[in-house]
Structures are given as C-alpha cells and as structure tokens.
Design a binder for this molecule. Structure first.
Ligand code: MTE
Length: 302
C-alpha cells in the first residue's frame, strides 16, 4: 500500500541552497528565452510591463501535486506524462457537449502572448509570459446555455504517469471552478505555452488555466474536463481545508490566510536578500476585475 503523505501547503518553505543554484542558472536561460521571443514581448494590452521571470525560474519551482508535493518534484517527474493526443470533454449546460480534440480547438481560437503577474498563496510570485487564448473562446465553441452560472474544471488522472496520484492525499481529480462571469473575462486565459515554448509538462501541458487576479491554486493544470453548471463546483483546496481556502481566492492583501498574512510577497528569482514587495489588491488587476465583486463582502467570500 502506498504511503499517503498529508498535504501541507502551509508548511512548504523554499530551500535556500536550491534558490541560490537557480539564481545562478536563471540569468542565462532567461536571457536566451527573452531573446528568442523578440518583438512579441508585451504585445497584448493586458500584459504587465514588469520584467518576466527567467524560463528556468518558471519551470523549476512548481506546484503540481499529481507529481509530488515538493517544489522540484514536478520538474523531476512530469516528463512521464504523455500529452498527445489530448482532448477536453466539455459537458453540462452547453449546446454542443462532447470531446474536443486539442488540435481542433487550437485551429478555431486565436492565440497570443500575455505577460501576467502570478501570485501563489504561499506568498511568492512570478511574472510569466504565457501564451494561449481566452477561455471565453473555448466556451463559445461549446455554446453556453442561458442557465449556466459556473464553470468547473478537472485535471487528468493517470496513475501510471503521475506518481502523486497514489502517494498524495487528495481526492483526485484536482478540481477548480470559476463563476461564469469570471470565466468569460478576457483576462482569463487557457495557456498553451511559456515564452516561445509549448507548455512545459511541469507547468500543466498541454493546456492549463491562468486567472491572474486569483491565487495560483485556481490556475488548474493539464485540463481534461470543463463542465458548465448552475451550482458552485467543488474545488480541491476548499475540499481539503475549507476554512483556509475559499471558492473565490482573489488575491487580497487585506484578508489574511488563517495562519499567515497575505500583505506581502517575495518575487522568485529576486535574490534571497531582495525586499518583499507589497501585494496588490486583485494582484494588480483591480481596474479590470473589481466590478465583478461589487457589493460582495470579500472577507466572507475569500
Ligand atoms: N493543478 C493541478 N492539477 N495540480 C496542482 O497541484 N497546483 C496549483 C496550480 N494548479 C496544482 C494545479 C498551485 S498550488 C499553483 S501555485 C500553481 O498551479 C502553480 O503553477 P506553476 O507551477 O506553473 O507556477
């Protein structure tokens, strides 16, 4: 019987020597990745003009519990994942439910690069040049019915390729959800790559969500199912620790996690002595998304 480790999102702390090694390697890799990208940088009006993290930072320090709970586990184990062919089942309250092949999806949507701030609930952050298309384009392919209010997402479960399925104590599949207006928002991305590379497996190949104004755990990886419903879907971290992780999970410096403040963050790759920076409301996307939550008590709806 496999040993099931207890999840400790809260207890995970970065390892100092690992960080140092990554900083040494990060410079050159980042430079190369940036050069390869050329003039496409900053192309989207939704992009931040902050300096992106190096490709090495983004792909060596990950959360992807299907491959283990350590930050280095996804980079070590995710190469076992096979991603071709890939299809996404779209079901629930849609006009055209069914299995959508990734190739077919990509032929019908328009992809672009967007540089987004990405902030994890563990109080580290990165700036990532994602490549992908708006989730609303995928939903349009399936035709959302008028009664739908939420979108649920599920990650692949494939025990032979994902060692964490047997060893990590999560009720698989990894699940996430958004309210329909959040899902339709142009900032909400289905990402298929980072810099000019196809999505690395440790980052959720071939298709993962990115919701830049929410804590990183909402950005579910390696998606195989999208379900439109009229009920709020279950989400993995809320199922595990409902008191600590709510459905909305909007980045909010004023609402503390029960065991730590969310007021500041440490940018990965900034060096160990770099000053922590103040976390911004909605991760800096307040102008774009605050209206979605008008009249809501964000301390209750955390
Ligand atoms: N998606 C799945 N399927 N499994 C996971 O464990 N971890 C989440 C999110 N998506 C996770 C997931 C968490 S906690 C974070 S912070 C981000 O992925 C990390 O994304 P990154 O590794 O690309 O930085």
């Amino acid at each position: 019987m496999a040993y099931k480790s207890t999840l400790k999102y809260s207890d995970i702390t970065p390892k100092a020597d690992y960080m140092n090694r990554r900083q040494l390697m990060g410079g050159a890799a980042g430079l190369m990745a940036g050069m390869a990208l050329g003039p496409a940088l900053g192309a989207s009006k939704y992009s931040t003009d902050e300096k992106p993290n190096a490709f090495e930072d983004i792909t060596a320090y990950n959360n992807f519990y299907e491959f283990g709970t350590g930050k280095e586990d996804p980079a070590r184990n995710a190469h076992r994942l096979t991603i071709d062919p890939w299809s996404v089942k779209i079901d629930g309250m849609v006009d055209k439910p069914g299995s959508y092949g990734l190739e077919d999806i990509l032929a019908k949507v328009s992809q672009e690069e967007r540089i987004y701030r990405f902030r994890c609930v563990e109080a580290w952050s990165m700036v990532v040049p994602w490549y992908g298309f708006e989730l609303n384009q995928l939903l349009a392919l399936a035709g959302v019915q008028s009664g739908a209010k939420y979108v649920g997402f599920e990650t692949l479960v494939r025990e032979e390729e994902m060692p964490g399925i047997r060893t990590v104590n999560v009720d698989w599949p990894y699940r996430e959800g958004l309210r329909l207006d959040e899902a339709m928002h142009p900032l909400t991305l289905m990402a298929t790559g980072i810099y000019d590379q196809p999505m690395p497996k440790q980052n959720g190949a071939p298709l993962r969500l990115v919701v830049p104004w929410k804590y990183g755990f909402k950005s579910i990886k390696s998606i195989v199912r999208v379900t439109l419903t009229d009920k709020q879907p279950q989400t993995s971290w809320n199922m595990l620790q409902p008191r600590e992780y709510g459905f909305y999970s909007n980045v909010n410096p004023e609402v503390s996690h029960p065991r730590w403040s969310q007021a500041t963050e440490r940018k990965i790759g900034g060096g160990l002595l770099a000053r922590r920076q103040k976390t911004l409301m909605f991760n800096g996307y307040e102008d774009e998304v605050a209206s979605l939550y008008a009249g809501m008590d964000l301390a209750k709806n955390f």
